[in-house]
Write a protein that binds this ligand. Sequence first.
Ligand SMILES: Nc1ncnc2c1ncn2[C@@H]1O[C@H](COP(=O)(O)OP(=O)(O)OP(=O)(O)O)[C@@H](O)[C@H]1O
Ligand SMILES: [Mg+2]
Length: 338
Amino acid sequence: MPGGVPVLLALESSCDETAAALCSLDGRILAAQVASQATIHRQYGGVVPEVASRNHVLHIRSLVESVLSEAGYGLSDVVAFAATAGPGLVSSLLIGTSMAKALAVAEGKPYLAINHMEGHLLSPFLDGQGPVRRSVALIVSGGHTLLVRIHEPGRYEILGRTRDDAAGEAFDKVAKMLGLPYPGGPELDRLARMGDPTYLALPRSFMVRDSLEFSFSGLKTAVLYELPRLDLTKAEVLADVCASAQAAIVEVLVEKLVRAARHCHETLVTVSGGVSCNSGLRVALTERCRAEGLELLLAEPELCTDNAAMIAFAAVQRFNAGFTSPMDSEVNPNLALV
Ligand SMILES: Nc1ncnc2c1ncn2[C@@H]1O[C@H](COP(=O)(O)OP(=O)(O)OP(=O)(O)O)[C@@H](O)[C@H]1O
Ligand SMILES: [Mg+2]
């Protein structure tokens, strides 16, 4: 065992990214790799579950071998095996969990079933920002928009969630309406940098009340109603519409996170999930948190979208607290964080 440090191996396969990572029991990521299928699914305009599952099978074994050799470890050095058990696509989740269980059985080591959202939730504490501290967290991903109070690792309280679309879904659906390629969020972000965010007056949901809940379906409808009078063949119009939609989403996310921090009297806020890659969101959060005297921890961009480093880090917290999972534990596409 290099350096005598015990390590945990984790797998992530909840959607269309196959990933493996090794994390030391003191919370350092020693190796992490992701095989993305984005180019495969682009031709269908979204993730095709059956295709995703088959591609996980093709990549998962070589990813395990690759992270072990990158860190200079052998399978027998691994003290526990973990995998994302939900939420996600059943046929995709089954590949990572089956592999992790098989390795655990073969090596006679424990298995841990990890909640994908706990991975996102704790990802801002990776890269030497740990240990996990009391805070208010915003998770903004493709399937979730959650405000969560972190009391300590494993003890979480949901403060608010979306009533309809997730923030990532709002980005992707608006992008699709504008004719941008899948996945639309990053492309909308790129074009928004060149546009005028005041071009369209789009709705900011629930801004007038104290609610910590979100709703993005109205924004989608508002963009849809504007479409007939927009000449999207003009690059500047397209950029202006992207900037307007992004501003509407970002303003709501920033305002509600600050509101939640005030409500809980917490001074540390964290942000994670694919949408936290968004450049406009990162700038707005940094400025607003500075003005409000809040400490902000943003997940590193490569840790915002799906990866196994965050799953390994969450698994290490659980393993160190004495938790393991039974071998007959099942995947759950709707697994709740709390
Ligand atoms: N720069 C960006 N700006 C806006 N959205 C982005 C950006 N980069 C990624 N996204 C969005 O992030 C989402 C993907 O994030 P992530 O991988 O965390 O979600 P997911 O794993 O599909 O969903 P969940 O974690 O809720 O199951 C997509 O909706 C994508 O468009
Ligand atoms: Mg995710």
